[in-house]
Design a protein around this ligand. Sequence first.
Ligand code: ANZ
Ligand code: ZN
Length: 830
Amino acid sequence: NERYEPQAIEGKWQARWDEAGIFRAGKRPGAPKKYVLEMLPYPSGKMHMGHVRNYLIGDVYARYFLMRGYDVLHPMGWDAFGLPAENAAIKEGVHPAVRTAENIVSFKKEMKSLGYSYDWEREVNTSAPEYYRWNQWFFIQMLERGLVYRRFSKVNWCTGCHTVIANEQVKDGVCERCSSPVVDKEMPEWAFRITRFSQDLLSSLDTLKEWPDRITSMQRNWIGRSDGAEADFRVQGHDASLRVFTTRVDTIYGCTYVVLAPDHKLVAQVTTPERRAEVAAFVKRMAAQSKTERMGEGTEKEGIFTGAHAINPFTGQQVPIWIANFVLSDYGTGAVMSVPAHDERDFSFARKYALPVKVVIQPATGDKLPAGEALEAASTEYGVLVDSGEYTGKTSEVARQEMAKKLEQEGRGKATVTYRQKDWGFSRQRYWGTPIPIVYCEKCDPERQGIPVPVEQLPVRLPEIDVQEVLTGKGEPPLAKVPSWVNTTCPKCGGPARREAETMDTFVDSCWYFARYLSPHYDAAPFDPKEAQRFLPVDIYVGGPEHAVMHLLYFRFWTRVMKLLGLSPVDEPVTRLITQGIVNGPDGRKMSKRWGNVVAPASIVQKYGADTARAYVMFAGPPERDFDWSDDQVEGVFRFLKRVWTLASTHHAAVAGATHAGPFEGKALEIRRAAHKGLKRVSEAIERLSFNTAIAGTMECVNALYATGTPETPAEKAAMAEAVRLLAAMLTPFAPHIADEIAEAYGSKELTVAQAWPDFDPALVVDDVIPYAVQVNGKLRAEIQVPANAVEADVRAAAEADERVQAAITGKTVRKFVFVPKRLVNFVVG
Ligand code: ANZ
Ligand code: ZN
């Protein structure tokens, strides 16, 4: 065919790939494995360019590794539970299951139109009972091991979504999704004891050498290990002491006041009678504020004196006890020793309330600090202690350790390791999620701890519901409004019991889906441990950097649980993480409905074909970088593919079947060199993830082949046929449809992706080659091309490899080998 019409060929090849089952994993048992994974999508109705790019990064890899001979696992599935479907149901009255199923159909169709190399036999849908059954199973295993527990806690309650939301979803006191105010609420909730693994999750970050530093350092901060100390300050005139938590015990001689959280249990007891009314009013005002309000960036630090004093365990001096808004009751001990000279927050607080400032650390370098009252800002660095009794002259590092030891010896404190990371509260007042497999029985469980549903009874399925009646978006959790479901029998006594009506956070679903793909129909366990031995860990994981802490930390946690349960051998889920950049519109703003700059993938596929869409998106920039959409560049890539097509079709009749045994000289050699150099460049670029330069390399190669002109001699024709075949191979990861079409026209019996990735010929890619005359006994037998940097042994080997030379020397003894650099060689035989 003369014209490049992608629409006429793409569907055909997609069907052929499917029929051949070419992307099915596990078909090369002897080969090394590669597990290539992209974060599974929430099935919204349509794909956006961010999706297209995300999946392409994985796809290019998967196809390349297939050609490199690996047993490639490249699966896809649906993160199908979640708020959007439930909110849509509340608004439109359509059951979330119905909407989700429709969305999956259209999303999948779009994915197929882009020619992704998925093993669809392994498709996973997290909202299917066969899947969430295992969430429930994990829950029960974890409950038995103390990794799940029920607690009462202050939660962020979104007044718009009527549900608990995570801290990360609260932005400036309002819900990230719906912008309604978020308030504090005391509620029972279920939590995973992720903090049991805090240290391991932290230490192990050092082993993740192929994760972006940005992600590992965000996780490090999130886990937030701090090495500190606790110290007891006796309360003057009371038989009580208050314990402070500090990360800078070396500054304790500079403590000029202490501060309690407003809801600290000692506040009422120590406050003096004359301060009582004012303090009570302050406490009440603080209690009415949410944590986010109290701690917000712009919130002014404020506090109040209790009238009481405490005694510094090192100096024996009295310091006033205050309470203030910035001290949290659930962090550390809820009490702080304040050192205004060396802590910024304490400094501004001390200035505001005219509290004393005392310098006790002199920085190791720079100017000496003035006396406390003249200090202009806190000096927070480590240094050498001054005015610190027996510790004066010691460094902060040494003093910290010695002071903590002393506190411990005297029974007045200790060294501590604490983590900012909290346990993961995962119960949600939602319908469209995994039911928590717990029942409450008044008789067997008066404390309402919860009785697990016996594993044999799993899954606890979501009930059918009347959408209008149950999904109102108001009041109790939706499942509590389904009496036929919520009322059940107690697994212990058989008496009446109620089911837990809350469902699991959807982050649970994405914690282990990568393992479910290993054996998606397995029903003896969440997945087959044998397959885990074979395919875990994931070799390459591609997804958005917005998941830096939640998903990417939760699934590392779950990996530890899976190992603990003997299901999986690996310590970490993913070897190499790729966080892809953003696709912006032509205006440089992130593509979104809001800016009206969205380019629909389907429109590009329709107009130019999937290959152009694919090659363009990969050409536009390196995977981790943002790029701005450019219609001109899309056109450019389309023209490039047309040039490839034209090159292949123009020469087709003359060269497709051409063969030639060599030698290749002159133009024939030029053609071969253009092709092999392109191949080298593309191979190396793919290896280092530089897909844009890989495509640029292909483009250059095509230009070079055009520049050689029409092939005429048998050698030239054979060289061109080889070049076109190599081109098809190079294009396979990026533009697989056109690649297969061309390869087939040039005689290939196999799908390109099933073929081995070709090796370039090193001799053909050296920039300068020098012709050598090869003589045997002084008689010219051949001319060979040798890389300019070749040494004598290389030239001799090349000469000996030449057929005509071989014919002249075989069976004879080489008496002497004459080497004239850059000119000729002579075999003296006898
Ligand atoms: C005295 C001190 C001196 C402190 C100094 C710092 C610098 P991270 O590193 O985040 O763990 N703190 C302790 N408990 C607190 C609470 N419940 N609410 C608010 N602040 C609290 O922070 C630990 C430091 O935060 C502790 O060390 C304490 O102030 C404060 F030059 O103690 B520091
Ligand atoms: Zn019971």
